[in-house]
Design a protein around this ligand. Sequence first.
Ligand SMILES: Cc1cc2nc3c(=O)[nH]c(=O)nc-3n(C[C@H](O)[C@H](O)[C@H](O)COP(=O)(O)OP(=O)(O)OC[C@H]3O[C@@H](n4cnc5c(N)ncnc54)[C@H](O)[C@@H]3O)c2cc1C
Length: 408
Amino acid sequence: MRNVIVVGGGAAGMAAAYAAGKNKHRVTLLEKNEKLGKKLYITGKGRCNITNAGDMEDLFAHVVTNSKFLYSAFYGFTNQDMMELLEKYGLRLKVERGSRVFPESDKSSDVIKTLSAALKDAGVTVRLQTEVKDLIIRDGRCAGVLLLNGEKLDADAVILAAGGLSYPATGSTGDGYRMAKVAGHEVTDLHPGLVPFISSESWIGELQGLSLKNVTVTIWDGKKKLYQEMGEMLFTHFGVSGPAILSASSLVGKRLKKGPLMLGIDLKPALNHQQLDERILRDFEASKNRQFKNALDKLYPARLIPVMIRRSGIPEDKKVNEITREERGRLGALTKNFTVELTGLRGFNEAIITQGGVRVKEINPSTMESRLLPGLYMAGEMLDLDAYTGGYNLQIAWSTGWTAGSSI
Ligand SMILES: Cc1cc2nc3c(=O)[nH]c(=O)nc-3n(C[C@H](O)[C@H](O)[C@H](O)COP(=O)(O)OP(=O)(O)OC[C@H]3O[C@@H](n4cnc5c(N)ncnc54)[C@H](O)[C@@H]3O)c2cc1C
């Protein structure tokens, strides 16, 4: 039996503490907040998209950074293993569109309650409102932790699972990176990931709150296509957000630092240019004597109409039967490619994950142990790993946490 300390009571820390406890070690889980899983609580809009029930190939395909590093962890503790663990402790699950797994109750608090029961069953001691200040390094090993209150806790192994920098109000304030650096680890550049974009377009605020479903979004760097996705997006007071947009931020965020990119929204992806023109003609014929501004309500959401009118360059009070073929063509082109200049990303306060983290080359992927400091393990978001939305980021936390906890 070893003394194991786990730093951080988030997803990765709870998985690690449970696995180590089940391995009959004496485990203490230290969490600086007044409760466990503060970030877990807000995941999936309060419903917690626990994992993704897709096959292993699908899991790897949705990891953006360092997917190869996750080979042992993902196979060692799979999405099915996580689902079985929660079900074993009484949580009923359901699988939704895109193989996203949620608690049947739609309550993230039920996931936290279940994990707390599992920790109890594994004999883990949980200490809340207990902030770790530093690692204790002795004789070339990680030998424990120093708490903010000055208390020293000895340990045979320390698992750092202190999270990243995103949504710092949940407790992820970068402490893990600082401690890993003290242990000699390199931390790669840190960027907000799965985060809304900022746009400099003067009209963007007019569309705040407008959500578009079933559109195709494409991000262009000049003539080079960087990203394309079909789905739902949202206009905000500063730019664009929503599921189809957030994933793009993880891919093009770094490139955006060099200069603006162009977002093209296809508002009618099911129709080609010809079909769209026929559709516009049909709509116009049905309201021949109306003004242009009053003939668009079947084509676009109401909020979008004033912007479409301005950008089409067609006078709003022009009679529909006087609109020329060329003007109609302009409206069609705008509908198939409604452009929005993207100039930046919002910050860590609104980022679902942190991109970058402790360099994974310095971590043993089969055990999550530091290759630089024996006795130190790391798991979760603080490692240089991240994935798209869909339950994949939590699976990274569960799998790496489990691997660390079960390797001691
Ligand atoms: C709004 C939002 C929604 C999300 N939705 C989903 C989703 O539905 N599905 C999904 O897969 N992913 C989702 N994610 C991402 C997911 O939440 C993270 O990938 C995951 O929580 C990372 O787990 P972690 O344990 O590494 O870090 P965290 O969950 O951040 O846990 C780290 C813990 O360490 C504690 N800590 C930090 N420093 C110290 C210290 N010095 N001493 C003691 N304790 C410390 C913190 O208080 C915190 O509790 C979402 C993220 C956000 C922000």
